[in-house]
Design a protein around this ligand. Sequence first.
Ligand code: HEC
Ligand code: HEC
Ligand code: HEC
Ligand code: HEC
Length: 462
Amino acid sequence: MKRSLLITCLGLAALLAGCERPPVQSTQNGYRGTGMVQVQNPRTEAKKLAAETPPPELPPSTPADGQPLAKDIYQNVQVLGDLPVGEFTRHMLAITAWVAPEQGCTYCHGDNLADDSKYQKVVARRMLQMNRTINAGWKTHVADTGVTCYTCHRGKPVPDKVWFTAPTPKMNRVGPGFGDDAGQNRADPSIALASLPYDPFTPFLLNAEPIRAQGTTALPTGNRASTKQAEWTYSLMNHMSEGLGVNCTFCHNTQSFQSWQGPPQRATAWHGIRMARTLNTDYLVPLTASFPAHRLGPTGDVAKVNCATCHQGVNKPLRGLAMAKDFAGLTGPAPAATAAVEVPAAGVTPVAAAAPSGVKAVLLFGVSASALPAAQSSKLAPVIAALKAQPAAKAVVSGYHSATGTLAANQELSKKRAFAVRDALAAAGIAADRIQLEKPQQTEANAAGEDTAARRVEVSVR
Ligand code: HEC
Ligand code: HEC
Ligand code: HEC
Ligand code: HEC
């Protein structure tokens, strides 16, 4: 009896060793009785605060006093040309302190400062433009606080928190005869050690798969989101909570996760998801060819941004410190979305653009039809032109259907639609191995009924 009591006590102690020691701090951030409480461990918080280092001190901006502009003095300034020379130099000092304090100017420059032969400089120029896009174009998320290179880099050439696409589950076999892990059950820190899918980033922060999975009616009618899809959503949510160091109640009234009647932070987060996706698709992915191979991930992809890249465990990056306002070069007008930027391959002096063009076409189909209407096939012209101009690029084809009818028949229909577009591309002389069929995670493109825009095939050049 005594022995079993002892074993029970020891067992309990062992069990509790993994828990956090009370007391914890709780802050109410919703109406009483709604259970909207943020729970934080003051000791963990104190440790986190102590580990944070203040950003490097930089010289204050000085009046221009009729100084010439950088573009009038230097040979190759494409982004910061309108800054007075003194301010331009201050920007160079700042980005050195933010990104490469140990390496110094030579991290990006050789003997000739105007030369673009180092990939670091090519990437840095694009990052300057990315910074402007964030600060000028995403005020819905970053408000007037904005970001600088330091927000992500924190004194290091490669930010601490980046992500790569996980290799397909087939490559993650648990062992011979044990099958694959289906992209799950790996207790990854980025999703708070859950056994949920460990790469929620590729579907949501690179591709635009639907995040919302919950039904809107009491009975299961109409909602065709699968359990697996809901698991992806929860993975992303775990990352968002972990990345910001907050509980789910920071953004949700957890009485109903789908309701928008909760804290305003949820809307900010909604924009954040779109912003992170845009930074990845418009800035980082097109830079892939510029990076040396050792910087790329297991599937040859470039390091990308998620919520943690900027936030690093805090609800507002750098606890809301507004650094960008002192750097006109980072807050200037956002570059036009279509601005063609030359992205040379690693170690190569810039000649011609090697970046994927991002050309895309959406072709619409008739009700229950899988034949490609002639009027729609003309929309393929820019795609075909882009493929012919870029021999390394591929066409990715995905079929979708509307919500009317049975799911099985509809999935077959969206497949046939994708085949029709594949055949049209092949007929235009595109080699079969350059046409990739990709089944979207959700082929159903609208919530209910017949919808012209839902009956479609998307083709993009990658
Ligand atoms: C993280 C990369 C990076 C670091 C570090 C860096 N630079 Fe630059 N530098 C650039 C980029 C990018 C440009 C081009 C900016 C543009 O196109 O608007 C540039 C341009 C210049 C130019 C203009 C050259 C010309 O004739 O076109 C000068 C001068 C310069 N940098 C000086 C410096 C000095 C001095 C340092 C060290 C204090 C430094 N840079 C550190 C990225 C860097
Ligand atoms: C939103 C986050 C973010 C911001 C802001 C940002 N960067 Fe980056 N940066 C990245 C990511 C992600 C990479 C890819 C990491 C890698 O190099 O593999 C990167 C890579 C780089 C590299 C290449 C480093 C290497 O050795 O591979 C340079 C240089 C760089 N950034 C400069 C800058 C400069 C200069 C700024 C400010 C004008 C800036 N970055 C702002 C996220 C950011
Ligand atoms: C930083 C804010 C934020 C945090 C923290 C957060 N969420 Fe979310 N959540 C959102 C946003 C924004 C959406 C909607 C995304 C969209 O539509 O693109 C969402 C959507 C959801 C959905 C889908 C609802 C539907 O309509 O189908 C579920 C379920 C969910 N969250 C659960 C959670 C859980 C569980 C946690 C805690 C582990 C959590 N969320 C933490 C912002 C947040
Ligand atoms: C490019 C950097 C960057 C990235 C990436 C980023 N954020 Fe933010 N976020 C910010 C900045 C800066 C603020 C502060 C804005 C302010 O002062 O109001 C902020 C604020 C927020 C807030 C409001 C916090 C509060 O206390 O009111 C939420 C919620 C949030 N971010 C969620 C997210 C989520 C979720 C993601 C990933 C999907 C994300 N962010 C990605 C820079 C970023």
